[in-house]
Design a binder for this molecule. Structure first.
Ligand SMILES: *[C@@H]1O[C@H](CO)[C@@H](O)[C@H](O)[C@H]1NC(C)=O
Ligand SMILES: *[C@@H]1O[C@H](CO)[C@@H](O)[C@H](O)[C@H]1NC(C)=O
Ligand SMILES: *[C@@H]1O[C@H](CO)[C@@H](O)[C@H](O)[C@H]1NC(C)=O
Ligand SMILES: *[C@@H]1O[C@H](CO)[C@@H](O)[C@H](O)[C@H]1NC(C)=O
Ligand SMILES: *[C@@H]1O[C@H](CO)[C@@H](O)[C@H](O)[C@H]1NC(C)=O
Ligand SMILES: *[C@@H]1O[C@H](CO)[C@@H](O)[C@H](O)[C@H]1NC(C)=O
Ligand SMILES: *[C@@H]1O[C@H](CO)[C@@H](O)[C@H](O)[C@H]1NC(C)=O
Length: 284
């Protein structure tokens, strides 16, 4: 039995997979920047570079990202989306460092990458690339914009663009309390895959209130923030309208009193005249 197993075990050992190391945590790369996808192996004995084969590919689609064989880059079957954007670190290859430099990262680069290495033995390992882009400072607008009264329902719209991935949106009032009612979030991607995020909060207006909109990019832990304060100025309820109304009412009242006075005198005069005429008639 043992005589049968032993050669088999030795054969397995001879074909032992080489240990290839990649980051366990996803590699986060900024959109538009260069990223290094770390990959390395360790070999007890020195090796000849012309015996080294490296092959980076997309784990899911098996499309070629970058190849290296017999001392040269092999890019004939490279996927077009990676053209002119990849390189190894030639000075590092002899040290077992087969990391890949990926230039000008785009959202579409996101995914799993497998690093294959062969000298005599071979090995492979996969890492996850995640792309991140910070959101612009949001802009908060109010709808309707004027003639607001306390108690009115208003829609506050918060828009931020150019970010990735989707952000968590948190609305807070002036006291830092989370507003969770009636929030509608929507996301639109541009041709680069970057998002414009729109969040609409519907609130019943209170005087002197502050509403802030905060976007948190889950990959960058980065926040962008804007707030709007609704003061008496937006609320056109008492000052101007009220005084104009009161002013008009006072004018009207004065006018009516004057008219009444004039009327009364007129009536009195005409009565007097009638009486005088009657007297004259009686006397004659
Ligand atoms: C790549 O490896 C170097 C050295 O081991 C390390 O400093 C760096 O943080 C690694 N980068 C990533 C994205 O893991
Ligand atoms: C490496 O391999 C090439 C081709 O097989 C050979 O010409 C060269 O002498 C080797 N170099 C060393 C240092 O072994
Ligand atoms: C890559 O670079 C070469 C030479 O600079 C150029 O001819 C080719 O159009 C480039 N390809 C892409 C996809 O940019
Ligand atoms: C491999 O080389 C790159 C470029 O010099 C470097 O950033 C990285 O840290 C190296 N990785 C290891 C594991 O030494
Ligand atoms: C508001 O929500 C954010 C995100 O969900 C959370 O981190 C924060 O602790 C909350 N604040 C309060 C006061 O509930
Ligand atoms: C949400 O909005 C609707 C219509 O705008 C309104 O009827 C409802 O009372 C609001 N709910 C809350 C919790 O504010
Ligand atoms: C609103 O705020 C202003 C300035 O902070 C203050 O003078 C005013 O009294 C406040 N009005 C109300 C109704 O709270």
């Amino acid at each position: 039995m043992l005589s049968l197993l032993l050669p088999a075990m030795l054969a397995v050992q001879a074909m032992a997979l080489m240990e290839v190391h990649v980051p366990e945590q996803p590699v986060v790369a900024l959109h538009g920047r260069d990223a290094t996808l770390n990959c390395s192996f360790s070999l007890a004995t020195p090796f000849n570079l012309s015996d080294l084969t490296i092959f980076w590919q997309l784990t899911d689609t098996k499309r070629s990202v970058h190849g290296y064989r017999e001392g040269h880059d092999q890019l004939a079957d490279q996927a077009e989306s990676f053209a002119n954007r990849t390189s190894l670190f030639p000075a590092q290859l002899g040290l077992g460092n087969t990391s890949l430099l990926l230039r000008r990262v785009v959202v579409a680069d996101e995914g799993s990458y497998t690093c294959f290495v062969r000298v005599q033995d071979y090995g492979s390992a996969a890492l996850l690339l995640q792309v991140a882009a910070p959101y612009s400072k949001p802009i908060v607008t109010l709808e309707p914009e004027s003639n607001l009264r306390p108690g009115d329902e208003v829609a506050l719209t918060c828009v931020a663009y150019g970010g990735y991935p989707q952000a968590d949106v948190v609305w807070q009032d002036g006291g830092g309390r989370n507003l969770t009612d009636n929030i509608t979030n929507s996301v639109v991607a541009n041709e680069e895959g970057l998002f414009t995020m729109t969040s609409v909060l519907t609130v019943v207006l209170e005087p002197n209130s502050t509403y802030s909109c905060r976007l948190i990019n889950p990959l960058l832990g980065e926040e962008s923030y804007a707030s709007v304060t609704i003061t008496g100025q937006n609320i056109a309820f008492p000052p101007v309208a009220l005084w104009v109304t009161v002013g008009l009412a006072v004018c009207l009242l004065v006018l009516l009193i004057a008219l009444a006075a004039v009327c009364r005198r007129k009536i009195k005069e005409s009565c007097e005249e009638a009486r005088r005429e009657a007297m004259t008639l009686l006397k004659s």
